[in-house]
Design a protein around this ligand. Structure first.
Ligand SMILES: Cc1ncc(COP(=O)(O)O)c(C=O)c1O
Length: 493
C-alpha cells in the first residue's frame, strides 16, 4: 500500500490533456472550423446566412445545457463545441453587422490571443511576463507617439475602457484633489467633482460614484446641436460646482462620444483646464484611433494636451476584447492611482518594470502581445486603412440617410457612428415615432438579416449603427435602409 507521501506518476488523464500532439491536432481542427466560419461570413457570402441567429434568451439556455461528461463523448471535442458556438453567435465579420462598437477582429489577432492564453503570463510582475511587459511598453510608446503626446508621456494596458476611465480618474484625484484621498478616503477633504457632458459614456458616471463622490460628483456641461461639449459652458459648470460646495478637479471630454461619435472641442477644453488648473481626461476609447489617419487628425487635435487619455484597441484597432491603453502626459502620475503597497509582489520603490503597480488588475491577460504581434504582422498601414474605411462608411451612410426623404439624420456623423430614424411621414411624432423605431429594430433583429441598434437622443428614440466592419460596402448601406422600409411595410399590413 503506497504511503501518503508516495505521489505516484502523473495520472494518464492529465498526461493526455496536456499532450502536445493532441493540442496540435485540436488546433488544426479548430483553425479549420474558424476559417470555415470566416469563409461563410466574409464576401462572397451565402446571402441567406443570418448576421445574428437570434433566439429568445430562454430558448438559448436549452441549447447549452449545464451537463458535462465525466468521460467526454467523441463529439464533445473542442472543434465541435466551438463550431456550434460560432453557429449560434452573432457574426461580427458579416458585412450586415452594423451594430455595437465591437469590431470584427483581424483574424491573426485571434491566433495571437490563443498564444497569449496558452503562455498565460500573469503580467503583474515582470518575471511573469518577460516578453509581454516589453511589448506593452512598445505598444504604449507607439500610441503615445501616434497621439503626439510629449516625451514625458507613458501608460499601461488594462481590461477595457470602463476600467481605464476609472484608473485615469483615480490618478486625477490623487493629482488634483489637494488632499490624499487614497490614504484618507473620499471624505478626507472637500467633496470633489468633475465637469462632464451628458454624452459621456456611462462608465464615467460609474467611476464618479465608485470614487465616492455621489450624484453631485458629475457636474453637467451643456452640448451643442452636434452633441459636442460646449467649451463656453465650462465656466458656468465650474461655478455651479463651486456654488454647490464642490471642488472641481477635472474635465472629462469625449473623443468621440458613444451615442453619436461626436468629438468634443479639445483645444478649447484644454485651454480652460490650463487656466483653471484642472486635470483634462480625454475618453478616446472609441475615437482616439482617428489620430492614425491624416485626414481625420483634426478630430483629435489637442488630445496631446490631455493629462490622461483612454484608447481602446478592441474598438477601432480591430483587436479582440479586451485591450485598453491608459496614457498619461506625465507617466509618473500613473503610480499615484494605486498608491498602496502589495509587498509580496513589489518592492516599495517604484519598479517601472512591474506593470501591476499601475492597474486595477493583479493577474492581467497578455493583451500587449496580441496588439504587438498584430502591429508587426499587418503593419501600421493596415490599421490606418481600417480606421479610414470605417470612417468613410460613416460618412457615406450619413450622406445616404440625409438624402433619403423617408429617413432623418440626427446629426452629420463625425465618426463611424450614425444615428438616424425612419420617418416616412412628418405627421408621425412623439411616442408613435419612438414606437415605430423600436418596432422596426425588433423585427430586423428577430429576422436576423441585419444588425443595428437603437439609442435615446434628445429625449427621442433613434436607430443607431456603429460601422465597425471594413468589409461592408455600398450594398450594405443601401440594403439596411431598404430592409427598414420593408419592415415598415410589413408592420403597416
Ligand atoms: C466613449 C466610450 N468610453 C468608454 C467605453 C467603455 O469601454 P469598454 O466597453 O471597453 O469598457 C465605451 C464603450 O462603448 C465608449 O464608447
Amino acid at each position: 500500500m503506497p504511503s501518503a507521501a508516495d505521489l505516484g506518476p502523473v495520472p494518464d488523464l492529465i498526461r493526455r490533456a496536456y499532450d502536445p500532439e493532441r493540442f496540435r491536432a485540436d488546433g488544426h481542427r479548430v483553425v479549420d472550423t474558424l476559417a470555415d466560419h470566416l469563409a461563410r461570413c466574409i464576401p462572397p457570402t451565402d446571402d441567406d446566412l443570418p448576421v445574428i441567429p437570434y433566439v429568445a434568451p430562454v430558448d438559448a439556455l436549452t441549447r447549452w445545457p449545464a451537463e458535462f461528461p465525466d468521460e467526454p463523448a467523441v463529439d464533445s471535442d473542442l472543434a465541435t463545441t466551438l463550431g456550434a458556438t460560432a453557429r449560434d453567435s452573432i457574426r461580427l465579420h458579416h458585412p450586415r453587422y452594423l451594430g455595437h462598437q465591437v469590431p470584427p477582429p483581424v483574424p491573426g489577432a485571434a491566433l495571437a490571443d490563443a498564444a497569449a492564453a496558452l503562455l498565460n503570463n500573469g503580467m503583474a510582475v515582470y518575471e511573469m511576463g518577460g516578453a509581454s511587459t516589453s511589448q506593452e511598453f512598445a505598444v504604449i510608446a507607439w500610441m503615445v507617439r501616434t497621439l503626439g503626446m510629449p516625451s514625458t508621456a507613458g501608460g499601461l494596458l488594462t481590461s477595457g475602457g470602463s476600467v481605464g476611465n476609472l484608473t485615469a480618474l483615480l490618478a486625477a484625484r490623487q493629482a488634483a484633489a489637494g488632499f490624499d484621498a487614497w490614504a484618507g478616503g473620499a471624505h478626507a477633504g472637500p467633496p470633489l467633482a468633475v465637469l462632464v457632458a451628458s454624452t459621456a459614456h456611462y462608465s464615467i458616471a460609474r467611476a464618479v460614484r465608485a470614487l465616492g463622490w455621489g450624484d453631485g460628483g458629475a457636474v453637467e456641461v451643456a452640448v451643442d446641436d452636434a452633441y459636442r461639449m460646449r467649451a463656453d459652458d465650462l465656466a458656468r459648470a465650474h461655478a455651479a460646482a463651486v456654488a454647490a460646495g464642490r471642488r472641481p478637479i477635472a474635465v472629462i471630454a469625449s473623443a468621440g462620444s458613444t451615442a453619436t461619435g461626436a468629438y468634443d472641442p479639445l483645444p478649447a477644453i484644454a485651454d480652460f483646464c490650463e487656466s483653471h488648473a484642472l486635470w483634462l481626461h480625454v475618453d478616446g476609447a472609441h475615437g482616439a484611433s482617428a489620430a492614425l489617419v491624416p485626414r481625420l487628425h483634426h478630430l483629435v487635435a489637442g488630445i496631446e494636451r490631455a493629462d490622461s487619455v483612454v484608447w481602446d484597441a478592441h474598438k477601432l484597432l480591430a483587436m479582440p476584447a479586451l485591450c485598453t491603453a491608459v496614457l498619461y502626459k506625465d507617466e509618473t502620475r500613473s503610480y499615484a492611482a494605486f498608491a498602496q503597497e502589495a509587498s509580496y509582489l513589489f518592492a516599495p520603490e517604484r519598479e517601472w518594470w512591474n506593470t501591476g503597480l499601475r492597474t486595477v488588475e493583479c493577474t492581467k491577460r497578455m493583451m500587449s502581445t496580441i496588439l504587438y504581434a498584430s502591429l508587426r504582422a499587418y503593419g501600421v498601414d493596415f490599421f490606418r486603412a481600417y480606421v479610414d474605411r470605417v470612417f468613410s462608411l460613416g460618412q457615406a451612410f450619413g450622406a445616404r440617410v440625409g438624402a433619403a426623404s423617408d429617413f432623418e439624420l440626427a446629426v452629420p456623423p463625425d465618426a463611424n457612428i450614425v444615428v438616424f430614424r425612419y420617418r416616412p411621414d412628418p405627421s408621425i411624432t412623439g411616442a408613435a415615432l419612438d414606437e415605430l423605431q423600436a418596432t422596426l429594430r425588433r423585427r430586423c433583429l428577430e429576422a436576423g438579416r441585419w444588425y443595428f441598434l437603437t439609442t435615446r437622443l434628445g429625449g427621442a428614440l433613434w436607430l443607431r449603427t456603429a460601422l465597425m466592419n471594413p468589409l461592408a460596402g455600398e450594398d450594405e448601406l443601401d440594403g439596411v435602409l431598404d430592409a427598414i422600409r420593408g419592415a415598415a411595410r410589413e408592420v403597416a399590413r
